[in-house]
Ligand binder design. Sequence first.
Ligand SMILES: CC(C)(COP(=O)(O)OP(=O)(O)OC[C@H]1O[C@@H](n2cnc3c(N)ncnc32)[C@H](O)[C@@H]1OP(=O)(O)O)[C@@H](O)C(=O)NCCC(=O)NCCS
Length: 184
Amino acid sequence: MSEITDPLQQRGAVQPRRVADSQSEMTELVLPNDTNTLGNLLGGRLMHFIDLVGAMAAYRHSRAHVVTASMEHIDFIAPVHVGDLVILKASVNRAFRTSMEIGVKAWVENAMAGTRRHVSSAYLTFVAVDGNGRRLPVPALLTDTADEQRRYEDAGRRREQRDHERERKRQRQATREAQTTTTA
Ligand SMILES: CC(C)(COP(=O)(O)OP(=O)(O)OC[C@H]1O[C@@H](n2cnc3c(N)ncnc32)[C@H](O)[C@@H]1OP(=O)(O)O)[C@@H](O)C(=O)NCCC(=O)NCCS
């Protein structure tokens, strides 16, 4: 029997998984080392937490290594202070061929006051890869609730916009390279 060398084929059929199967949550205590000179959580540190919890959901859904392809549409709605708890939740919004869009939402909890408010939201795309960095197919996503279905459809629209933007960049780059060759 001939050996299958394409990693997309090697993995064979992958069973669909439900949104709930990979939903992930993380809680972080904001320490002085995470903050700026005002004692507020650094935006980059919050992005790190968002990347981590997003990767957990992608890892669980794909059961493969994942790499971050993009992080987009990130809002920082309110400052987070030293001593606060940051609670992050991640869900797979949609699975494509080798990539998955993950939605992450973050809240800040003041444990002393017992209050919680929404501080940030983001969409990330992760790509499943094998140990050699070759892309792998991901399982399809099954939605169970109206909210999950709405997120699934919204993710499809964002994917179309991303593809359009990537194509535009590719064409711009090709034009630039052609101009460089002509003038050289
Ligand atoms: C992400 C990566 C694997 C994509 O590889 P590529 O050769 O560009 O592959 P393709 O163009 O065939 O795209 C593969 C998939 O990724 C998606 N993708 C690629 N670039 C993307 C981007 N910028 N945003 C969203 N999705 C993207 C494609 O839509 C495609 O999805 P699909 O298979 O589900 O249809 C590659 O660019 C990479 O390894 N990047 C570095 C990742 C990394 O190190 N992350 C940490 C950064 S600090």
